[in-house]
Design a protein around this ligand. Structure first.
Ligand code: F6R
Length: 587
């Protein structure tokens, strides 16, 4: 999603802003721009493409001045064009803005402004905000009242940084992230700690419905009524320093490779939190679990396991669907949310709906400074370190481990699972990528991949197809094995590859039946299993497990590796798949 950044301090702003934007690239974007103030004049450069590319063409980092703002845009209103890229200038040229989020009433506001004689260059909702700011500044003549008046007119969800021609910066947070970095002689505003982590690890996490004014290095934080609010400076976790690729070719490969360690770190040292959550679940009448994308696939696993092992029913709801089925939520229930970023707008909206029904919120989340943690009653951290690759990898396996730990607590001694065995099984797959690399070469030209699994392996099939789609752009579909003959079998022919998730457990023989049905229609079979079979055209061996709960993780790893290598074969960028963003902060 869009990243915003602001800088005010004793150094030249533009190079610092460009570096910050580069570090936030993982969030996903299509265009970039920077504006700076020097001698009471605003200068601006922007264009379509990656930061590096645009910078080498138009030298964003050569802009003068010690105050500036920058942006990477992920298009929502209007096409990907230079004109639609941020920053946007007000008609007078005296105010510039960078914005993340969506203004729902922008058409109505635009019409009013046009009636007042304002002219719009772009198709964006953001240009409406900057002209509204100009109109209000001309009325109020001070920054504080301008902001208060402007936000009272906006509907939607947004954070933005605005720069005035005298070098004053202001930034607003309304249901989108905004963080202040406090350096020695400088201040940073950013949607992400990575925007300034090279310069300072002192941060202020601005509360929702607050805004900040930075004027000649003086900082004021206010609520939407204009009252000063108290703030705390937090030391940003040093683990953000891990957000480097190191010797790995891509973040995605680094993050896949970290999993022998991250599965051991998931839920580490938080026995009390896990016990509190388990006790709450035991005493709750109705439990719902929600998430988006990969995190939703983890929720599907939770549903099966909680019922099987703890006899606890939980209902899964896709976060983006909850608004249309809010009636399923009984008042005074519990909603478990799973989210890596803690910033997915759909998940936050689901929480909002559940809170209106007086539900308690339990969150399994990686970013402990996210909006979701602030909205939750109980939090369990995934503890897998920053995940930069857009496709979720290590966060998924950490989510599963945390669910296992909660189950372990719920069932006490019945649920013996060896986390070291899981970690070891991951290492075995990681140490032997050669065969998978060969299969990747075969897959690169196919147009369709079907992934079959039964029981607990069906959500893994869903996750596998999501990973393949994102990283390789090949159409991939997860299918519960038994459903094959109810429709998808019609699609099977010699052009198709089918991945069969087939560990030697209670699902094995039924899944073999599905594999035979596919094979006899000419499709090529990739078996992921601890048991060899002649049916497989390609066999990806996974270690035999002493506990069947090792399998969901050990079968996920080869799929992640396969997706990564197919991406390399197809020369797509595994870290930044097209059209996608890491934190989906819009609905
Ligand atoms: C898939 C992927 C997305 C996310 C989804 C939820 O690889 O990355 O599907 O899983 O956008 O994100 P979080 O977990 O941050 O709420």
């Amino acid at each position: 999603m869009c990243s915003i950044i602001g800088y005010s301090g004793s150094d030249i702003a533009a190079p610092i802003i460009v570096k910050g934007l580069k570090r936030m690239e993982y969030r996903g974007y299509d265009s970039v721009g920077v504006a700076t103030e020097s001698d009471n004049k605003i200068e601006l450069k922007k264009g379509v493409g990656k930061v590096q590319q645009v910078n080498s063409t138009i030298q964003l980092d050569a802009l003068c001045g010690k105050v500036g703002i920058g942006h990477t845009r992920w298009a929502t209103h209007g096409n990907v064009t230079d004109v639609n890229a941020h920053p946007h200038l007000s008609n007078s040229g005296k105010i510039a803005i960078v914005h993340n989020g969506i203004i729902e009433n922008f058409e109505e506001l635009k019409k009013q402004l046009e009636d007042d004689g304002y002219i719009f260059k772009s198709e964006t909702d953001s240009e409406v905000i900057v002209n509204l700011l100009q109109r209000n500044y001309e009325i109020t003549t001070n920054v504080k009242d301008t902001i208060i008046k402007t936000i009272s007119e906006l509907k939607g969800r947004y954070s933005f940084v605005v720069m005035f021609e005298d070098g004053t910066l202001a930034a607003v947070r309304y249901r989108e992230p905004l963080i202040i970095g406090i350096g020695k002689n400088n201040h940073f505003l950013s949607s992400d700690v990575l925007g300034f982590i090279e310069y300072t690890d002192d941060a202020i996490y601005i509360d929702n419905e607050n805004f900040v004014i930075i004027d000649k290095n003086q900082i004021q934080i206010l609520d939407f009524n204009g009252d000063t609010v108290k703030y705390e400076i937090t030391k940003v976790s040093k683990e953000f320093a891990d957000a480097y690729k190191g010797d790995y070719a891509h973040y995605t490969l680094k993050e896949i490779s970290e999993q022998p360690d991250t599965v051991l770190r998931a839920g580490e040292n938080i026995k009390n939190a896990i016990k509190t959550v388990a006790d709450h679940i035991k005493s709750s009448n109705n439990i719902y679990i929600t998430g988006s994308g990969t995190s939703y696939n983890a929720a599907l696993i939770a549903k099966q396991l909680f019922l099987k092992y703890a006899k606890i029913k939980i209902e899964t709801i896709i976060s983006s669907e909850l608004q249309f089925s809010s009636y399923v939520i009984e008042p005074n229930s519990t909603l478990i949310t799973i989210s890596q970023s803690g910033e997915s707008a759909d998940v936050l909206d689901a929480v909002h709906i559940a809170k209106q029904k007086n539900c308690k919120i339990i969150s399994i989340v990686n970013s402990l400074t996210s909006s979701l943690t602030r909205e939750s009653n109980m939090i369990i951290g995934m503890n897998c370190g920053p995940e930069i690759g857009v496709a979720a990898t290590k966060s998924f396996t950490s989510q599963i481990i945390i669910l296992y730990k909660i189950l372990d607590e719920l069932t006490k001694d019945d649920f013996n699972i060896d986390f070291n065995e899981i970690s070891h099984s991951i290492s075995i797959s990681l140490d032997n990528p050669e065969k998978i690399k060969q299969i990747a070469k075969k897959l690169k030209d196919t147009s369709d991949i079907y992934v079959l699994g039964r029981g607990i392996h069906y959500p893994i099939a869903m996750e596998a197809s999501l990973k393949l789609k994102e990283l390789t752009y090949i159409h991939a579909e997860g299918i519960p094995g038994g459903e094959l003959k109810h429709g998808p079998l019609a699609l099977m022919d010699s052009n198709v590859f089918a991945i069969i998730i087939n560990p030697d457990d209670s699902t094995y023989s039924d899944t073999m039946t599905s594999a035979r049905e596919i094979k006899s229609r000419g499709a090529k079979i990739i078996g992921i299993s601890d048991k060899r079979s002649d049916l497989y055209d390609y066999w990806i061996e996974i270690p035999k497990a002493t506990n069947e709960l090792t399998y969901p993780i050990s079968e996920t790893i080869p799929i992640q590796i396969l997706s990564y290598y197919v991406a390399l074969e197809k020369k797509t960028d595994p870290d930044y798949p097209r059209n996608l963003a890491k934190s989906v902060t819009v609905k």
